[in-house]
Design a protein around this ligand. Structure first.
Ligand code: FAD
Length: 381
């Protein structure tokens, strides 16, 4: 399919594809099995300047947008979504600074993130506040030149590996969601520790940990936006990063589909390759149809966002839901096409099926996305 990418976008996609095929494919199974964080691949992405594709030019980046970020995520995910999410989580941590950072904050962090010298993370979720993010309990109390953070965060991607964390905490309990604020917390700040590392079903190359704040001293100039705007910071960031989850899903699905076709052409049963059976052909055809539809929706959402449109929550949620459901279906069918071989770790598709599952859960589970879409469409008509 021709997606009418610009010449620069084609170059970015081609470069990311090359890194994915030549390097990520070689380490995907090992890193998944042993839970190895892909620092070497992130270094390679930094060396090739792909770490800065979505960062504005004035802060040392390429000056692209959500589309460029998604093209890199999609290509990395074709071989390993665990590697891709380690890259994408830095974008999740960087976007609040791009959108709401003060000039000094942007100058301090974005050029280093663009160069790959800093890895970022985004810390909103808590053990009792997942879908219901407005019920977070971590507190930030202003004392002199500092905010003192107390509490803990769960499920934080790049936890322990990141240098910069955008952390959400309650500054005024009486105001509900309007009492939440966002802070930039650096690794090494007094009172900031990394807790348990999760032993996950999929995306095992990525690091997911607890974060603990015990009287953690955060300089007052690290407040992001104004006090009380944290909920908006989080939601506006998600609007731009949920397409990243969709890109991950499209990439996983594409990887599984490509593998399944090659396998179906080689594997002979009843004297014929599997690809000659209509039941298998129809599964492959459905994979193609669904992946192309998901990619078309993803790219048009990215274009809408990067065009400067004001409101795109519905579109962003819709592409995340559709692509993640497609990834789950396509990877499950790829396992089916490969029979017993699909079900064992000697082949990559069982990993792809495990990796696909999380795209339906994180950055807001698909049920929550459907709630967002429904409330928008009901308002519209
Ligand atoms: C691998 C991984 C990485 C993550 N990385 C990060 C990160 O970097 N930063 C971060 O802040 N968070 C992160 N998260 C957290 C993630 O965003 C949450 O797991 C997700 O939002 C769901 O929250 P929960 O797990 O608490 O599920 P719950 O909120 O307990 O929901 C459980 C189920 O109930 C459904 N449900 C809940 N409420 C409703 C409702 N009102 N209507 C219908 N259904 C509902 C949900 O859709 C879900 O299926 C990560 C999670 C995982 C698994």
């Amino acid at each position: 399919m021709e997606y009418f990418l610009s010449e620069e976008q084609k170059i970015i996609k081609k470069l990311a594809k090359r890194i994915s095929d030549e390097y990520v494919s070689k380490v995907a199974i090992k890193y998944d099995k042993e839970g190895i964080f892909p620092r070497d691949i992130l270094d390679l992405l930094a060396y090739t300047e792909l770490t800065g594709v979505y960062i504005p030019k004035e802060y040392g980046g390429f000056g692209g947008g959500v589309m460029e970020m998604c093209l890199v995520v999609e290509e990395l995910s074709r071989n390993c979504a665990g590697v891709a999410v380690s890259y994408a989580a830095t974008a999740l941590g960087a976007y609040p600074i791009i959108l709401y950072g003060k000039e000094e904050q942007k100058k301090k962090y974005l050029p280093k993130i663009a160069k790959g010298e800093l890895i970022a993370a985004f810390a909103l979720t808590e053990s009792d506040a997942g879908s219901d993010v407005s019920s977070i309990k971590t507190t930030a109390e202003k004392k002199g030149d500092y905010y003192i953070l107390n509490g803990s965060k769960h499920w934080i991607t790049n936890g322990g590996e990141a240098d910069v964390y955008v952390v959400f905490a309650v500054t005024d309990k009486s105001k509900g969601p309007r009492g939440i604020s966002a802070f930039i917390v650096e690794k090494g700040y007094e009172g900031f520790y990394c807790g348990k590392k999760e032993d996950k079903m999929g995306i095992r190359a990525s690091s997911t940990t607890e974060l603990i704040f015990e009287d953690c001293k955060v300089p007052k100039e690290n407040l992001l936006g104004r006090e009380g705007t944290g909920f908006i910071v989080a939601m506006k960031t998600f609007d731009r990063t949920r397409p990243g989850v969709a890109a991950m899903a499209v990439g996983i699905a594409q990887g599984a589909y490509e593998y399944a076709i090659r396998y179906a052409k080689e594997r002979v049963q009843f004297g014929q390759p599997l690809s000659s059976f209509q039941a298998i052909q129809h599964m492959l055809a459905d994979m193609y149809i669904n992946i192309e539809a998901a990619r078309a929706m993803l790219y048009s959402t990215c274009r809408m966002i990067d065009s400067g449109a004001k409101d795109f929550s519905k579109e962003s949620s819709a592409c995340k839901v559709f692509a993640s459901d497609v990834a789950m279906k396509v990877t499950t069918d790829a396992v089916q096409i490969m029979g017993g071989n699909g079900y064992v770790k000697d082949y990559p598709v069982e990993k792809m099926m495990r990796d696909a599952k999380v795209t339906q859960i994180f950055e807001g589970a698909n049920q929550i996305q459907r709630n967002i879409i429904a409330s928008e469409i009901i308002k519209e008509y």
